[in-house]
Design a binder for this molecule. Structure first.
Ligand SMILES: [Zn+2]
Length: 437
């Protein structure tokens, strides 16, 4: 009964969103790369009779324009952005940097590292609060608009999809992402702000439900909106596009964590009252699992997790470093090829102590083709892709600027200065080990 109520509510929400999906008709434009550096630097708009109605020049490379627009497009993989740019999209931008997302490659963690905002309370909107010893947040936080308290990075966005859209997005990703496009197009053309940070959030779910194909089709629409804005005068601004992580390109199935825990005598619960209790908040369908245990139980729980099919490797805090295991029993489970597991050791060490106010006790990275998450999202889809794991396709987002030729690779924490925003990021906070007070 309860889930039927949510679905009914979603339909109402989505119908509201769906009424506004028509985009502006794109004017006829001619773009030219005058200096031959691979980036379009002049856009000419012509009317039906072929008369030139406007000419805009892009900013000098490396300059510091007075006005700035930063747009997050959630979950777009670096490789996909490179592909569409080669096919003629986003030609007003220099080639993108590979953005190495933190581990786990999840939305809350990604934006927190990129924007330099205060640590999030949870890896996802549903999270474990050790002080209250209970699982909090989730869909009800979305419905009652409390999720910004969980994830302070949301405050950086001048516009992001209304909180109710976040609930419906998994069910109607196409409708909601188009409503986002329409709204962002309107803001781009009407806003007089010197600095604007906007958020396409629906692409995260679009990548899960429709995969790279869905994302690619959507990027064509984003390109249309951005090009229209640039041609109308926006090209004189700094415009930076980026994503918070990538998306894997394979369908996935659910890891049976419950069975693995039970097999080793542990119980998956919503609070920890004894040494056998383990909490593993389940929310979106993602390629990582964060488990909370009593202090001292980390290794036993990590060993128990290895019994589940789909586990790539597990790690936990061990003294000042981390210890790791994989199902193959490798001597060093973190010794993996850089192109498949970018910057792995550093990301794993930071994950154990950073990014959230309450770091997990045990971290699990899943193989491609596997996910963990909430049953509420499970029934909707054969999942076409996901993210969260340490693997490259899940990890590598992109950053592209129309002003700066960016380095080939940027860690999430190195991206912010390239945005050209006046807001000072918060200094990174090293969080203490909850088991060593
Ligand atoms: Zn995301």
């Amino acid at each position: 009964m309860r889930s039927r109520f949510w679905i009914l509510l979603l339909v109402v929400v989505v119908l509201g969103a769906a009424c506004r999906t028509g985009l502006r008709t794109r004017p006829s434009t001619r773009a030219a790369d005058v200096d031959g550096d691979g980036r379009v630097d002049r856009i000419v708009t012509v009317d039906e009779r072929g008369q030139i109605t406007r000419v805009v020049e892009a900013p000098e490379p490396g300059s510091d324009p007075e006005k700035t627009v930063v747009i997050a497009i959630d979950a777009v993989p670096w490789e996909l952005f490179v592909k569409v740019q080669k096919e003629g999209l986003f030609t007003e931008f220099f080639p993108p940097a590979k953005m190495i997302a933190p581990y786990p490659s999840l939305t809350n963690i990604g934006y927190t590292a990129i924007f330099g905002t205060a640590p999030v309370l949870g890896y996802e909107d549903r999270y474990y609060d050790p002080e209250a010893n209970k699982v909090r947040g989730g869909v009800s936080d979305r419905l009652f608009n409390r999720y910004k308290g969980v994830a302070p990075f949301h405050d950086v966005f001048a516009w992001e999809p209304p909180h109710l859209w976040g609930v419906g997005i998994y069910y109607f990703p196409g409708t909601i992402t188009k409503a986002e496009l329409r709204k962002i197009e309107q803001i781009l053309h009407e806003s007089e702000e010197d600095e604007l940070v906007l958020y396409f959030g629906g692409t995260d779910a679009l990548g899960h439900v429709r995969g790279w194909k869905g994302l690619e089709e959507y990027l064509h629409l984003v390109d249309q909106v951005i090009r229209g804005f640039l041609a109308a005068g926006g090209a004189e601004r700094r415009v930076v596009l980026f994503s918070d992580h990538g998306t894997s390109a394979v369908p996935s199935q659910r890891v049976d964590l419950k069975k693995a825990m039970k097999g080793a005598g542990f119980n998956l619960r919503k609070h920890i009252d004894g040494p056998q209790d383990v909490v593993a908040p389940a929310y979106g369908l993602v390629g990582s699992i964060q488990l909370f245990t009593q202090c001292g139980q980390e290794e036993a729980v990590a060993r128990a997790v290895l019994a589940a099919e789909g586990v790539d490797f597990v790690f936990w805090r061990d003294g000042d470093g981390v210890a790791a295991l994989d199902p193959e029993g490798s001597a060093d489970p973190l010794d993996r090829p850089e192109d498949e597991y970018p910057d792995l050791r550093r990301r794993v060490e930071e994950a154990a102590r950073n990014h959230t106010a309450n770091p997990a006790s045990v971290f699990v990275s899943l193989k491609d083709g596997w996910h963990y998450g909430s049953g509420l999202f499970e029934f909707l889809a054969d999942m076409k892709g996901t993210h969260g794991s340490a693997r490259a396709t899940s990890t590598l987002g992109f950053v592209a600027s129309n002003v700066d030729r960016l380095p080939d690779t940027l860690r999430a924490e190195e991206v912010y200065p390239w945005f050209g925003l006046s807001r000072e990021p918060e200094p990174p906070r090293e969080l203490s080990d909850p088991c060593r007070p």
